[in-house]
Design a protein around this ligand. Structure first.
Ligand SMILES: Nc1ncnc2c1ncn2[C@@H]1O[C@H](COP(=O)(O)OP(=O)(O)OP(=O)(O)O)[C@@H](O)[C@H]1O
Length: 247
């Protein structure tokens, strides 16, 4: 697994920047400011947690950064690209090629093996089957799943299913990885192991991850914790971590 060849800033420099990012939802006659002038900077190679109570705007922020929803106003810049100004087809390409997603419920396809689940997003990139399978195998091996390539999700533990989900997100060699409550369905021991794995992967591959959680303990594994309240940034804190040992 290598980092993407896409033109990226050096590690530590700004990869993602939002300016006055706002999202207004209209429900009947009322308006909900789900995000209100959010200014956020995320350096390349960092692990950011977005925390906040239910309804604070976390998912809305993640969805806009990931190109799933459009802002009402404001800017989103990712690796020098104006994502807020993308056309529909540019947004589709951005989601497929530059973004990896990790979900709470894993979202694996039950009828497909681990190998085929991981290889699937690569088919959207027009990669040949042998190349897709070789890439998927390599990523699964990086995550310690080389012995489970032909297992279907139901034949894997929760932690293993989440590692398949991580492999699927990483297989496209994304610029950015988004994780939405990624440990919500794991027991506390497996959660901690999974979060340590996130840190190892981020350091080893100089990746940039943004995770949404309502749990401060989960957030403590990130480098930076951005607290959101009523659609606004209420505070930003930085955690000090020991360097992850390289295997
Ligand atoms: N499609 C929508 N239409 C109308 N209002 C919405 C829509 N999506 C979100 N909202 C509102 O925007 C606000 C922020 O919602 P959001 O889902 O971003 O919160 P959240 O912090 O992710 O919450 P949770 O932790 O419960 O998932 C809430 O008041 C929500 O009701």
């Amino acid at each position: 697994m290598t980092t993407t060849s896409r033109e990226l800033p050096p590690v530590g420099e700004t990869l993602v920047e939002t300016r006055n990012l706002s999202k207004l939802f209209r429900v009947g006659t009322s308006r909900i400011a789900a995000l209100n002038h959010v200014n956020l900077t995320v350096p390349r190679g960092s692990f950011t947690a977005i925390v906040g109570t239910s309804g604070s705007g976390k998912s809305t922020l993640l969805n806009m950064l990931a190109g799933l929803e459009r802002p009402t106003a404001g800017e989103i810049n990712v690796a020098g690209q104006a994502v807020h100004a993308f056309s529909e087809s540019q947004l589709v390409a951005y989601r497929r090629k530059q973004v990896g997603f990790i979900f709470q419920s894993f979202n694996l396809i039950p009828s497909l093996t681990a190998l085929d689940n991981v290889a699937l997003p690569l088919s959207f990139q027009g990669m040949t089957k042998p190349r897709r399978q070789a890439r998927a195998k390599a990523v699964l091996a990086q995550l310690g799943l080389e012995g489970h390539l032909n297992h279907r999700p139901a034949q894997l533990s929760g932690g293993q299913q989440q590692r398949v989900g991580i492999a699927r997100a990483l297989a496209v060699q994304p610029t950015l990885v988004f994780a939405d409550e990624p440990t919500g369905n794991l027991d506390s021991k497996t959660s901690e192991r999974t979060l340590q794995l996130f840190r190892t992967l981020i350091q080893r591959f100089q990746q940039t991850w943004i995770m949404v959680t309502h749990d401060q303990h989960i957030a403590s594994f990130a480098d930076t914790v951005v607290s959101i309240s009523d659609g606004r940034i209420a505070g930003i804190t930085h955690n000090i971590h020991d360097k992850v040992a390289q295997p």
